[in-house]
Design a protein around this ligand. Structure first.
Ligand SMILES: Nc1ncnc2c1ncn2[C@@H]1O[C@H](COP(=O)(O)OP(=O)(O)O)[C@@H](O)[C@H]1O
Ligand SMILES: [Mg+2]
Length: 262
């Protein structure tokens, strides 16, 4: 039996809302729960690429997007976690900002410029249960490719007006680009980096999400914990650097919820 590959764009029109943290940790926990996972790094910081220790790769996502004949398999590398190549967790690396900006500009005039990722993924997606795309906050041809290729969307958000606006704006953009209504979009809003002590923000955020997206808000909350910054410095998922810590359970829980949402 073939199951459908779930292609998730991790997005928000705001920086620093934990897109990369979500991509890396969710991808790792999904792979730990037996799923075959591919991560695509569309972020100009190359952050996911760093987490998986693939910054020195020969090929990157641009090689595929610019060239129909490029075999995208050549740009897929096993993630390196805790010093070991992962069997079920792979990455197509990104490059640093200037290279990604140039790629975006090069793509503007190309035919089928916003479908190219989808067309490439059609050739390899059957190897994976999940494909996660880490994105930038801004609009770009790369971002368009992510929106067009995704079968669903994950929006991490803090309980702040800016961050929630970032979700609203991206949702509108997806409706425009895909020419569909909000209720036709498969998406999950994930409260992330939430402080338990900021009571006002907590009340505001919970009220906003439960009234605005009662059916699309994750049951799992990713609480604010300093170990996430520590893990980021070590370029590892939290459950690798801080096994046994309460925060190591957050993304395991989210992964279980995501799998159950099939
Ligand atoms: N649950 C959390 N608690 C505390 N800090 C977090 C948490 N999740 C992420 N962070 C930190 O917040 C910062 C922004 O996260 P990042 O994933 O890079 O955001 P984005 O990719 O959206 O720009 C990083 O320094 C990261 O380590
Ligand atoms: Mg990022």
């Amino acid at each position: 039996m073939t199951t459908q590959t779930r292609i998730m764009m991790i997005g928000c029109r705001k920086g620093g809302v934990t897109k990369t943290t979500t991509t890396v940790n969710l991808a790792y926990e999904l792979s730990q729960q037996g799923q075959r996972v591919l991560v695509l790094d569309f972020d100009g910081q190359g952050d996911s690429t760093k987490f998986f220790k693939r910054s020195e790769s020969e090929f990157y996502i641009g090689d595929a997007l610019l060239d129909r004949k490029f075999d995208i398999n050549n740009a897929i590398y096993p993630a390196i976690i805790g010093g070991r190549e992962q069997e079920n967790l792979h990455i197509i690396p990104g490059r640093r900002g200037d290279v990604m900006t140039k790629l975006d500009m090069d793509m503007i005039s190309l035919p089928r410029r916003d479908e190219r990722l989808k067309l490439h993924l059609d050739k390899i997606k059957h190897h994976y249960d999940f494909i996660l795309i880490d994105t930038t906050p801004g609009t770009s041809v790369l971002g368009l490719n992510a929106v067009m290729a995704a079968t669903e969307f994950v929006f991490p958000t803090e309980y702040k007006e800016h961050s929630l606006d970032g979700v609203e704006t991206l949702l509108e953009h997806i409706q425009d680009v895909r020419f569909i209504d909000e209720d036709e979009i498969q998406f999950l809003v994930v409260p992330s980096k939430i402080s338990k002590t900021a009571k006002k923000a907590l009340a505001y955020g919970e009220e906003y999400l439960s009234s605005r997206w009662p059916n699309n808000t994750a049951k799992t909350t990713i609480w604010e914990r300093a170990v996430f910054s520590d893990a980021e410095m070590e370029h590892e998922p939290v459950s690798v650097t801080n096994k046994g810590h309460v925060a190591a359970r957050f993304y395991k829980e989210l992964a279980r919820e995501v799998i159950a949402n099939a």
